[in-house]
Design a protein around this ligand. Structure first.
Ligand code: SAM
Length: 279
């Protein structure tokens, strides 16, 4: 996979030399190229910003260096191929695991890191005539620049590229992979500062452990992300899932969302015919 990042702070991307992404680059799994936007300026001060039309505070990134940077990227690609351009912005569509999965299948991504009040809108309009473009937000808060967002987005995508993470199984059960958060994790020692670990994890009973983990995923998701519970497909929930959701609904403010999921599900059938606990 090829990744190009255009920024006025190339050194900001140096963490991508480290750890698994760094190793993937060494192995040639990821071809990451960082470009200094100022290399596409032509004045003595290497200017990339100017005052906004219409007035107002702050500066806006001028379109010309961005246009030249995009031309340069396209000139260095395989003829006929274009990157999918991602433009981080707090006003973009929220970046999600589903988006990371989709982008991880693409051969070439490019990132345009904004600074100041952002990039002249015509850069997006122009880029859209040349390549797929997505304006993407890391979350509902404002950063100083796109670099931190790109670090997070690149890491989320690159770890899904086959070969980057040694044990691909570790990607399967993670938070957000199937609409639930991950279950709690424990390692040695079995007793630490008076805190033990759940007995079931020592039982060696794979069925019970799997059920406990599923229960914990439901409980944790209901407590921390009731919005995710509300989005679950009721047909994916078994009788024990409904029982766990009913328990958390009784004790937490997620009552409303949990009960709305349950109302649209097999809850009537569940109440009439309480399930045996799966093993
Ligand atoms: N004036 C912009 C607005 O209100 O939408 C904010 C500009 S922000 C100070 C400067 C740059 O930081 C943006 O162009 C973008 O690259 C980046 N940025 C800030 N918050 C972000 C977020 N939540 N997600 C992704 N990128 C963000």
């Amino acid at each position: 996979m090829r990744l190009d990042v255009v920024t006025i702070f190339p050194e900001y991307l140096s963490p991508l030399d480290l750890s698994l992404i760094g190793k993937a680059r060494e192995q040639g799994l990821i071809d990451l190229r960082v470009h200094d936007l100022r290399d596409f300026t032509h004045d003595r001060h290497r200017t990339v910003d100017d005052t906004p039309y219409g007035g107002g505070a702050g500066m806006v990134m001028r379109p010309e260096p961005w246009g030249e940077a995009l031309d340069h990227l396209m000139a260095t690609g395989v003829p006929g191929e274009v990157p999918h351009l991602l433009i981080p912005a707090p006003g973009g569509v929220p970046f999600t695991q589903a988006m990371a999965q989709e982008l991880a299948t693409q051969p070439w991504l490019a990132f345009a890191c904004g600074r100041y009040e952002g990039i002249d809108e015509r850069v997006i309009d122009h880029a859209e005539t040349l390549m797929p473009v997505t304006v993407v937000s890391l979350g509902d808060y404002v950063l100083n620049g796109g670099e931190v967002a790109v670090l997070a987005i690149v890491e989320a995508i690159a770890r899904l590229v086959p070969g980057v993470i040694g044990n691909a199984d570790s990607l399967v059960e993670e938070s957000h992979e199937d609409g639930l958060l991950e279950y709690p994790m424990f390692t040695k020692p079995p007793l630490w500062r008076g805190h033990g670990i759940p007995e079931v994890l020592l039982s060696g009973h794979h069925g019970l452990i799997a059920r406990w983990r599923r229960d914990e995923r439901l409980r944790r998701t209901a407590a921390r992300r009731p919005d995710m519970i509300a989005r679950l497909d009721p047909s994916d929930l078994d009788a024990r899932d409904l029982e766990v959701l009913a328990e958390v609904a009784e004790v937490a403010e997620v009552a409303e969302v949990a009960s709305s999921v349950m109302q649209t599900s097999k809850v009537a059938q569940f109440q009439a015919d309480p399930p045996a606990v799966a093993d």
